[in-house]
Ligand binder design. Structure first.
Ligand code: RB5
Length: 143
């Protein structure tokens, strides 16, 4: 499985460590930047990662910014993306189980790295439950 990952400057440190974590677990990783600590715009990294997921080049994605909201708002403009913001282990598990998020979004300025990597593990290791949750997901798109 190939996992895309992107961040702005606020998420750079966590992203770098999470890339190492994913590689150590045997995942393929596509890094969409930023690779600089300079202030930048999260959209410039979110859109290319979303496009790669929509094109099937990556199966899942992880996005990190200061609050997570800029990344989530940008990613969810893409029809093939369900980006879910998580801030603890339970929410990270539920965003897969109930929302089938294909992108996990995390707020680097409001969670520890230990929490962030724990959330990645929860999200990757849980499965979508389908059923009533699929019906709800089917009602999300606006034509
Ligand atoms: C950057 O300062 C910050 O605005 C950004 O990381 C994010 O929190 C936006 O939603």
């Amino acid at each position: 499985m190939k996992i895309g990952i992107c961040s702005d400057h606020a998420g750079l440190e966590y992203r770098t460590k999470i890339i190492s974590y994913l590689l150590s677990k045997g995942y393929e990783v596509a890094n969409f930047g930023t690779d600089s600590a300079e202030s930048c715009d999260y959209c410039d990294f979110a859109h290319p990662m979303a496009a790669a997921i929509e094109a099937g080049e990556c199966q899942l994605g992880i996005a990190i910014c200061g609050t997570g909201n800029g990344m989530a708002m940008t990613l969810n403009h893409h029809k093939g993306i369900r980006a879910g913001l998580a801030w603890n282990h339970a929410v990270a598990a539920l965003v897969k189980q109930h929302n089938n998020a294909n992108v996990l979004v995390m707020p680097a300025r409001f969670v520890s790295y230990r929490m962030a990597v724990g959330m990645v593990k929860e999200w990757l290791e849980n499965d979508f439950e389908g059923g009533r949750h699929q019906r709800r997901i089917d009602k999300i798109p606006v034509e």
